[in-house]
Write a protein that binds this ligand. Structure first.
Ligand SMILES: Cc1ncc(COP(=O)(O)O)c(C=O)c1O
Length: 367
């Protein structure tokens, strides 16, 4: 048997008629850039995540950059973020003119350790970017308390966590702004690059939209210099077809995760992902840990099971951040995890047989 890491084609086939019709409608009306399809998706997505405003843009990386720019990041401003994420989270801090300050992840959830956050705050700190990594929400209550105490803004990186919740409240609704990626493999994925920022404040939404659209909301009126970061009509129409299925697809991911937990709960040496109390995991990824991670990955791959490592080098230890001079002891949890984590297949269309095969193959390795 072969088990892919994800199966985007299968998802397409399940909604083929609607996707094909949506693409045809955009082509027929030539609404390729902005226009009614983009506006419709922005309204639908804001409603789906309980946000007052949604500003779409070209990708999730831009959504972080645009939000930071609109929040007024200046050279020398320090922004604290997690030590383990995709590099978009930290590279955009530098891109916006800020200084990256890493904080370790906690021992169990792979998200920023709220208990170590406050010691990173200095007189130059302006904001915090927690990441709801793998679909597990960061400790937003503790993070917001620290942010309020020190007058810091918070951008929630929700790229991997559409619809995840903390105490019944949707991620993205805690901070000043939330950034989303609709990269094809994300829980809500386009058929190309796409992203969005949501927020409560209308003036912040206007600033972000203006910056993303060459500095003006009306053609020919450029109030500031901006960038070109637009969601296109085709992606918006595709996302509008997929959005109503997101809750059902999320529930299926959670079912797969529960079955993995039942099948692999007693496998010696294998650590399964944990969910902190009060938080709802949406399982963008199902990340296990094992001391002999590389051998486990090789065994799975030899038996036709695709795996990925998200991410093999934690951010402070990447060559890109060598100049910061960090050591393993500075971020013990992220350092410990980077050599043990392994993402195994999880996708809504995964069959019982595929799941049982992955679980059996892992058991076979341990035996
Ligand atoms: C945590 C995180 N932040 C930001 C991004 C950036 O999104 P994009 O690839 O759409 O630019 C991604 C996705 O790749 C991500 O996983």
């Amino acid at each position: 048997m072969k088990v892919p890491f994800a199966d985007l084609h299968l998802q397409y086939l399940s909604i083929k008629d609607e996707i094909d019709a949506a693409i045809a409608a955009v082509i027929k009306s030539s609404a390729f850039i902005r226009g009614p399809f983009v506006q419709k998706f922005e309204e639908e997505f804001a409603a789906a995540v309980g946000a007052a405003h949604c500003v779409s843009c070209a990708n999730g990386t831009d959504s972080l950059y645009i939000a930071m720019h609109a929040l007024g990041v200046k050279p020398g401003d320090e922004i604290i973020t997690t030590a383990h994420s995709w590099i978009s989270t930290s590279e955009t801090i530098t891109q916006a003119g800020g200084k990256v300050v890493f904080c370790d992840t906690d021992a169990t959830t792979f998200t920023i350790d709220a208990a170590k956050l406050e010691e990173k705050v200095t007189s130059r700190t302006v904001g915090i970017i927690p990441v709801h990594l793998y679909g597990h929400p960061a400790d937003m209550r503790a993070i917001m308390a620290i942010a309020r105490k020190h007058g810091l803004w918070v951008i929630e990186d929700c790229a991997q966590a559409h619809l995840a919740e903390v105490d019944g409240q949707m991620v993205g609704s805690f901070g000043d702004a939330a950034s989303y990626s609709f990269y094809p493999g994300k829980n809500l994925g386009a058929m190309g690059d796409a992203g969005a920022i949501t927020c409560k404040d209308k003036s912040l939404a206007d600033k972000m939209a203006m910056f993303a659209r060459h500095g003006g909301l009306t053609k020919g009126e450029h109030r500031i210099e901006g960038i070109n970061s637009r969601l296109d009509g085709l992606q918006a129409a595709i996302l509008s077809v997929k959005l109503p299925r997101l809750a059902e697809w999320t529930a299926k991911r959670q079912e797969v995760a529960a079955r993995y937990a039942a099948a692999l709960g007693n496998v010696g040496g294998l650590e399964l992902p944990e969910t902190a109390p009060g938080r709802t995991h949406v399982y963008h990824l199902f990340v296990v840990k094992h001391e002999r991670r590389d051998a486990l990955a090789a065994h799975l791959n030899e038996h036709g099971v695709q795996t990925v490592i998200n991410y093999p080098v934690a951010l402070p230890f990447l060559a890109a951040y060598e100049h910061l001079g960090h050591h393993a002891e500075d971020f013990p949890n992220a350092f410990h995890n980077q050599s043990r984590i392994l993402s195994i297949p999880i996708f809504p269309e995964m069959t019982e047989d595929q799941l049982a095969y992955v679980a059996d193959t892992i058991r076979g390795f341990v035996a």
